[in-house]
Design a binder for this molecule. Structure first.
Ligand SMILES: NC(=O)c1ccc[n+]([C@@H]2O[C@H](COP(=O)([O-])OP(=O)(O)OC[C@H]3O[C@@H](n4cnc5c(N)ncnc54)[C@H](O)[C@@H]3O)[C@@H](O)[C@H]2O)c1
Ligand SMILES: *[C@@H]1O[C@H](CO)[C@@H](O)[C@H](O)[C@H]1NC(C)=O
Length: 421
């Protein structure tokens, strides 16, 4: 650019100077207003919109009416109730947990960015369900520090149930940035706000069984090594566990990680096999079933959503208070990790047979060798630690749980909605 390095070198009369700098003036003012636009009219999440999933609408928060909604949603109605901020509240697990908490008299406020990783109509449907129970979901990104701080200003949450994440194993190869954005950057941002909150909340958050990666010793126990993740998704969850250790160690945050094992049920996720198998079987489309090396069985420890919800509540209820204040640690705080599974792995071929029976349609099976793109051959949880600490005891077998899922599915998609929209 031809900006003079010193005033002395600039030798034009005032008029020509003015004319010459018009384009420059225009350039700088456009830049100026551009920056203003970005700073004030776009939320921080928009800065990384390449890596995060596109949101439905622009976020809108603040103001007296908004604060009133937040406060009323956070109102505790039972004697020993707690107030919980649930991230990912429009998600599968988040919506079920939010409703369960609200029903037993806890205060609940949700936050979710309603991204389009899968059909956002499902998220809006869950939101409507939550609204009827009295839970307000704030639209926003967990990467937005201003929004999170504002929420803690309005409500002194005793607990955070952190379920917002970029889920899915195979999608990580398509959009790796979205995993870093939500599972790492978003988690750190949330912990930063929690550490400075007064009082600090206790945090329970979703890790994943995928951290066991290529381990072959079964059942998977919390004490096993978890240093061979098979996908970027798994690696971000493992990173989350290490980050949790750091914030517990430095700031005295009480942190509990829950390693969920293949959660399924009504209002589930369309990107998961039991869900799209159901959809494809009903349409007469062939489904791809993976097998391991030497025709080895691929199996999952499928866990029904109600059992997971009970596990989440158990973890919340046994979470001790964080010990820090003024952003500083004042004593040792609780740090835990639990498996939440069903302890009975079922081969994926059996899953398909159960679905065939429930749907009364024969599946077109297409058996294929499992590609090495993130999935592991089997999962099996040792749940004795969760049982010991909060009486965790799953009670729903796959047959029973799938029956409930199928009933919901048929009902939901026959009401004029299509599964692929
Ligand atoms: N469902 C399972 O089988 C399973 C297994 C292991 C772990 N988990 C973990 O459990 C948690 C809940 O999973 P789910 O199955 O309900 O998934 P989900 O995708 O249905 O729910 C996650 C929700 O978080 C929201 N979200 C994502 N990024 C966000 C961001 N940056 N800011 C705000 N909101 C954001 C999404 O819009 C979504 O509604 C996740 O952490 C997931 O990784 C799930
Ligand atoms: C399950 O984990 C517990 C520790 O929580 C351990 O004592 C027990 O031996 C494990 N069981 C199996 C079958 O590996």
């Amino acid at each position: 650019m031809d900006i003079p390095s010193s005033p002395g070198k600039f030798k034009m009369d005032k008029r020509t100077r003015w004319h010459k700098s018009l384009p420059k003036l225009a350039f700088w003012s456009i830049l100026f207003f551009g920056v203003i636009y970005f700073l004030f009219f776009r939320t921080p999440s928009s800065f990384s919109s390449d890596t995060s999933r596109r949101s439905l609408r622009t976020y809108n928060y603040g103001g007296a009416a908004w604060e009133k909604k937040v406060r009323s949603s956070a109102k505790v109605t039972s004697k020993n109730g707690v107030s919980v901020l649930v991230t990912g509240a429009a998600g599968f697990v988040g919506s079920h947990v939010s409703i369960a908490l609200k029903r037993r008299g806890d205060g609940v406020v949700g936050i979710d960015n309603f991204n389009d990783y899968y059909d956002p109509m499902l998220k809006l449907g869950r939101q409507a369900l939550l609204e009827r129970t009295g839970v307000f979901i704030v639209e926003g990104d967990i990467n937005d520090p201003t929004l999170l701080k504002k929420l803690f200003e309005v409500v002194p949450f005793t607990h955070v149930m952190h379920l917002a994440a970029q889920a899915g194993v195979r999608y990580a190869m398509e959009n790796p940035g979205s995993y870093v954005h939500s599972n790492i950057a978003g988690f750190v941002n949330l912990l930063e706000v929690c550490k400075s909150a007064e009082p600090q909340p206790a945090i329970v958050w979703a890790s994943s069984s995928s951290v066991y990666g290529l381990n072959s010793k079964v059942p998977f126990s919390e004490k096993d090594r978890t240093d061979q993740p098979a996908s970027l998704y798994a690696a971000t969850k493992k990173a989350g566990e290490e980050i949790a250790h750091t914030y517990n160690h430095i700031y005295g945050l009480s942190l509990t990680g829950l390693r969920f094992f293949t959660v399924y049920g009504p209002w589930g996720r369309p990107d998961m096999a039991y869900f799209f198998f159901t959809k494809d079987i009903l349409r007469g489309k062939s489904i791809t079933i993976f097998e391991g090396p030497n025709h080895g069985t691929v199996a999952r420890d499928f866990t029904y959503i109600d059992d997971i919800v009970r596990g989440c509540l158990g973890a919340l209820d046994t979470a001790e208070k964080s010990t820090g204040s003024g952003g500083k640690k004042r004593g040792t705080a609780q740090l835990r990790v639990f498996n939440l599974g069903n302890t009975s792995p079922v081969p994926v071929t059996d899953l398909v047979s159960i679905l065939e029976r429930l749907l009364k349609v024969k599946a077109k099976r297409n058996v294929m060798k499992m590609p090495r793109n993130g999935d592991v051959q089997f999962t099996h949880a040792n749940i004795s630690y969760a049982k010991k600490e909060f009486g965790y005891k799953p009670t729903t077998d796959l047959q029973t749980g799938l029956k409930k899922f199928v009933r919901w599915y048929v009902n939901y998609y026959s009401a004029g909605k299509k599964a692929d929209e």
